[in-house]
Design a protein around this ligand. Sequence first.
Ligand code: ATP
Length: 524
Amino acid sequence: MLAHMSGPDIHDGFPAEFWRSQEILLLKNVMGLVGRGLDLDGVLREVVHLLSELLGLNRARIILRDPEGDVYRIRHAYGLTTAEITRGVYRLGEGITGTALKNRHLIIVQDIDREPLFLGRAVLRAHLPPEKVAFIAMPIDLGHNRVGLIACHRLRHRNRNLSDDIMILQIISTLIGQLMKLGDRVEEQTRALHEHNQLLENALENATMRYGIIGTSPALLKAIAELEGVSHASSSVLLCGAAGTGKELFARALHMASPRRAQPFVRVNCAAIPENAFETELFGHERGAFPGARTRRTGQLEQAHTGTLFLDEVGELPLAMQGRLLHVFEQGTFTRVGTALARRIDIRVVSATSQNLRKRVEMGLFRYDLFYHLNVIPITLPTLAARREDIPLLCSHFLSQFNQRHERNISLSRSAVDLLTEQDWPGHIRQLSNVIERVVLLAPQPVMAARDLRAFLHDSTQSVPLQAVQGERAYRPYLSASSHSKEELLHALRLNGGNKSRTAQQLGMTARQLHYRLKLFDVA
Ligand SMILES: Nc1ncnc2c1ncn2[C@@H]1O[C@H](COP(=O)(O)OP(=O)(O)OP(=O)(O)O)[C@@H](O)[C@H]1O
């Protein structure tokens, strides 16, 4: 509690013990403020207030250098009007304040009416008590640096020693100097940290935005760093990860980060090519190579010449094709079907698998020599559950993508984003993206709350069996030909933009199984 003695100027006859307790109260209050935090402005405001209220050092003001110019101005004051504060601007050497600032010496004016140097600039004489008024100007220094000044009026004749006021002002000015030094240091360090943080953020943003890969989780950044580390080499890269973790996105990013970025990127979806079509798809054929080959066809290997060949779901390559591809990679040549002429080819091979390829080698389903050829640099993509912190960012990315595509304006409440962040996402990013697309298309109101979202989540795990996308544990259970209704198939196709191999994968069946079912329903 402050002893409340507001009023212009204290000049009554309190005993010395009273003043001692007032001084202690003032210092206790100021220290309490300092202890609560480093809000320097708050401390300074309170200092001038307490000097006046507790000790009768009236119209106390703290004058600091104006950061914009070569003058000093009143920054904190108590008992001064706004106009008085505005007038309180001083050059070094100007009046008592300017002189104390310039020489960095304490100046005590015993009687302002008899001091020709006293300007009376801020507070006009007429606004002061008619008695003899003293003025104290105490510099605030920091070592050899001039920081500013604390000044106040005081009735000349008081029942309190002037030297006691000077001592208190001395303590306060030292404290202010130290606080300012500390404040400067904290500000400097905060600025340095902020700049460093900004640099890191920019670096992250550039790294991820450059490739369209959203997320800043450590697991994702590790995979991106691995990608960037090998982007300039031409060694084969094997991307491992469950379906929907972003393998294709990474393969494209690898291509874009490589010196081959201006050359073709050719994706071969090994899971979608019928076994008997592989050879011509990959190697191409000459005109007349076989009945029906009316024109020459350029195969995917040749299309990828000088660029990147992306073998997606490479584990699905038929054994015979594995041998032929290995030969191409080892020799650096290929031959079109229907000719014996070997042509040179320069490709970088990036493959992806959601299966355990090593296990397939052990089972005799994948050639070990091809496996070692493809697996020079393995990069494992994290599951979505391993990068949960990226989910809010991915949500806003997909929301804006689908809102734009479907000309809607749906958003998710915080609780909805939290709910999405808690899910397990066995279908990873693709499943998340599907849920958000459904939300955008079907949301009953513009802002989706968690309770409304549950139905969409339930729907996502019920109607889209995602067993096939569980990486190492991937297996395809037997699905009867009537496993899905026509509507479910069409819905899944729509969600995958008509891409049948992706739809098949998502539904946990092969591309051939999907074709068969669509045919049953008369869907082309
Ligand atoms: N980090 C990411 N940021 C933004 N979008 C992503 C990210 N990872 C994946 N996606 C998106 O999620 C979807 C699935 O990714 P992608 O097709 O690359 O996965 P995949 O592992 O190749 O799956 P599949 O093996 O089933 O083809 C794509 O639409 C892709 O653009």
